[in-house]
Design a protein around this ligand. Structure first.
Ligand SMILES: [Mn+2]
Length: 390
């Protein structure tokens, strides 16, 4: 038996965050998120899946438009032979007005089952010889440990669990805790496989024999700086022994790519550009991607204007740079001549600049330069950090 699993699409969510996306690009990303749903349906057909498991956060309840919920419902109607199970999460919880509720004006096709109970319920899929057990979060912030006690379900050759929950291991600090569980509690339930949503990184949960027993697909497409890298949906096959084989597949039209460029010792545009291109090349960034670039290291204060004007030579869907991590360096000549402000600082720099000028070799000059910066950091009460220059 084959199934497709995806979650955390967050249709119609607020996009971009720190990426500084203009309105028109946010509109493109919103359309990309809808594309993820249609591509997941196409993929289910191609993969000849008979099941689709959607463990929550298909959309963001606060901002979802009814047209978008209808769009998702229409996409699901294009694969009528696929049994689709949705377990609402904390962002698409079943609060009053939810598009999941029968009076919402969204017509979910017959092949879609939405878990609307706050306690676990099971559906038997006779033609597949399996049961699917799930629940829907009625509001965000359900912190009950429902997996502590055994979840009852019908005896079927294959039993699947679908829910939106927080694995105790690996909870990102900013994530709301919903239906928390430990791996041991989940494994003790004895389901053939559990499809879990909420965390935006793909992760599989294995039993003591290293068999896959559960997985987060992660979000379907990155939407901001904290969702960088390749995002996937899962395609899975369960054999007659109950062994689950997972494959990941990227369906998102674009990625958020995070990169770092250390500007220490780079004093001109050409050097910074060179480092930028190297950094981007190592990420495999494509034209369609969003680049989130962070400048790091130590640089003269005068470089900050230059950094904000640095852009890659390649055309990307979006490029955003952030120089706030760069530690300001010093203008040594100004400090040397500014004895009124700080006599010790000024005298220190003047003395070492004189020694540097008198130094015989480049090595010696370099060493003195390092000594100046270490000394200034110490005099200014900062921890001197190792200086590595080209
Ligand atoms: Mn969630």
């Amino acid at each position: 038996m084959r199934f497709v699993q995806f979650s955390d699409v967050h249709l119609d969510s607020r996009l971009g965050g720190k990426l500084g996306l203009p309105e028109e690009k946010r509109a493109v990303l919103a359309e990309d998120l809808r594309q993820c749903v249609s591509r997941a349906c196409d993929e289910a057909s191609r993969f000849e899946a008979r099941l689709m498991l959607v463990p929550g956060d298909l959309f963001d309840f606060e901002t979802v438009r009814i047209e978008t919920a209808r769009y998702a419902a229409e996409q699901f109607s294009t694969i009528p032979d696929v049994h689709i199970f949705i377990a609402p999460g904390n962002h698409d919880s079943l609060c009053p007005g939810s598009p999941y509720l029968p009076d919402s004006g969204v017509l979910w096709p017959d092949n879609v089952h939405i878990f609307r109970s706050e306690s676990f319920e099971s559906v038997i899929v006779d033609d597949l010889g399996c049961s699917v057990t799930g629940l829907g979060l009625a509001h965000s912030g359900t912190s009950s440990r429902l997996l502590e006690t055994r979840i009852s379900r019908p005896a079927m050759p294959v039993s699947l669990l679908v829910f939106h929950g927080s694995r105790d291991f690996g909870r990102p600090p900013e994530k709301e805790t919903v239906l928390p569980f430990t791996d041991a509690q989940l494994l003790a339930q004895g389901f053939t496989y559990a499809a879990i949503g909420h965390y935006h990184e793909h992760a599989a949960i294995l039993d003591q024999d290293d068999k896959v027993r559960a997985a987060y697909s992660g979000c379907t497409m990155g939407r901001g700086v904290d969702e960088s890298g390749v995002k996937v949906v899962l395609k899975a096959a369960i054999d007659s022994e109950g062994t689950v084989q997972l494959q990941t597949q990227e369906l998102a039209p674009r990625r958020v790519i995070s990169a770092c460029v250390d500007v220490t010792g780079a004093l001109d545009t050409a050097t910074i550009n060179y480092r930028l291109e190297n950094a981007l090349a190592s990420t495999g960034a494509r034209d369609s991607d969003l680049i989130d670039l962070r400048f790091t290291g130590r640089a003269p204060l005068s470089l900050s204007d230059l950094l904000s004007s640095i852009v890659p030579t390649g055309e990307y869907f979006h490029f955003n740079s952030d120089a706030s991590s760069v530690v300001p360096d010093y203008d040594l000549d100004v400090i040397a001549s500014d004895s009124a402000a700080s006599t010790v600082r000024s005298a220190f720099v003047r003395e070492l600049l004189a020694r540097r000028q008198a130094a015989d070799t480049d090595d010696e000059k370099n060493t003195i330069t390092h000594a100046i910066y270490y000394g200034l950091a110490a005099l200014d009460g900062r921890t001197p950090e190792p200086r590595c220059e080209d």
